[in-house]
Write a protein that binds this ligand. Structure first.
Ligand code: ZN
Length: 293
């Protein structure tokens, strides 16, 4: 199933979207009395997934604006850095990586940081340029994993039972802040630095460990990889996080970006106002955002 967070006539709603992404049904129309957000839907899904069966043709999706699927997470997004070999290598070569040990090509354990929910914006919204704060704005296409079932101390073997589904995330980064402040939080967390969407696709529909992931900037293909090239796969990321942090329904995990970010080029190619970043992940959809003034 595909779900989307929609805005229509100033009203927000969570909706089921058809496979061709042309029609939608509000969850409230399928489950009378439902008035929660996407996190609530994820949490309650096991109770009413059988009832999410539309009996009419639904409404045209083009009428509504699509918001980020999880635009009000209950806590920060968990993010994993340097999780593709080619990207870890380009990051080290670039000189922007203040976290790397000398001569290290890939981290020995997942590099984990967080992004605040306040950075989340939806498809089509402008990425704030923050020209007074950064001159080195960069993009990072990432598969977003949304946790369904709560758990702590989750083993690799059982990790996928805790995954509700997947979305597309752009882990926008201010490279100068990332480098200067050493800890990545600031450079990753400016307002608008987390475009997300368009849909949340349930884990039974796609294999999160084998999805093509691509980024175009102004139509030029910059990133072109597959999530099968993760250094730490989804089960290891869940095992690592949940070892000491209980995971909750609606938690979001950004799984790292492949090679081809702006600092991977010599000289680096940073984003400027008016640039359009288009990210596509197989089976989920296209997330496109323009950089604002
Ligand atoms: Zn990232």
């Amino acid at each position: 199933m595909k779900f989307a967070n929609l805005l229509l006539d100033q009203r927000r709603m969570v909706a089921l979207v058809d496979a061709s992404t042309e029609r939608y049904w509000s969850i409230a129309s399928l489950i009378p009395g439902f008035d929660g957000d996407m996190v609530r839907l994820v949490q309650d899904f096991p109770m009413f997934k059988e009832r999410l069966a539309p009996k009419d043709a639904g409404q045209p999706l083009a009428q509504a604006r699509i918001l980020a699927p999880i635009d009000q997470p209950r806590r920060n997004l968990f993010c994993v850095g340097k999780n593709y070999h080619e990207h870890a290598a380009e990051f080290q070569r670039s000189g922007f990586d203040s976290s790397s040990l000398h001569g290290e090509h890939a981290p020995e354990a997942p590099v984990v940081f967080t992004k605040p929910g306040t950075a989340i914006i939806g498809p089509g919204e402008r990425i704030a340029r923050h020209a007074g704060v950064t001159s080195q704005l960069d993009y990072e296409a990432e598969l977003g994993v949304v946790i369904g079932k709560a758990g702590k101390g989750i083993s690799r073997q059982h990790a996928m039972e805790h995954v509700f589904g997947y979305t597309v995330i752009n882990d926008v980064t201010a490279r100068d802040l990332q480098k200067r402040h050493r800890q990545w939080f600031l450079g990753k967390s400016l307002d608008g630095f987390c475009p997300m969407g368009p849909h949340l696709v349930t884990a039974d529909e796609i294999d999160g460990g084998h999805l093509d992931i691509k980024t175009w900037v102004n139509g030029e293909l910059r990133q072109n990889s597959n999530t099968s090239r993760f250094i730490f796969d989804i089960p290891s990321m869940i095992e690592t996080l949940s070892a000491g942090i209980e995971l909750h329904p609606g938690d979001v995990l950004a799984t790292g970006t492949p090679a081809g970010v702006g600092i991977g080029f010599a000289p680096p190619r940073f984003l400027q106002s008016g640039d359009v970043v288009r990210i596509e992940i197989e089976g989920i959809g296209v997330l496109e955002n323009e950089v604002g003034e």
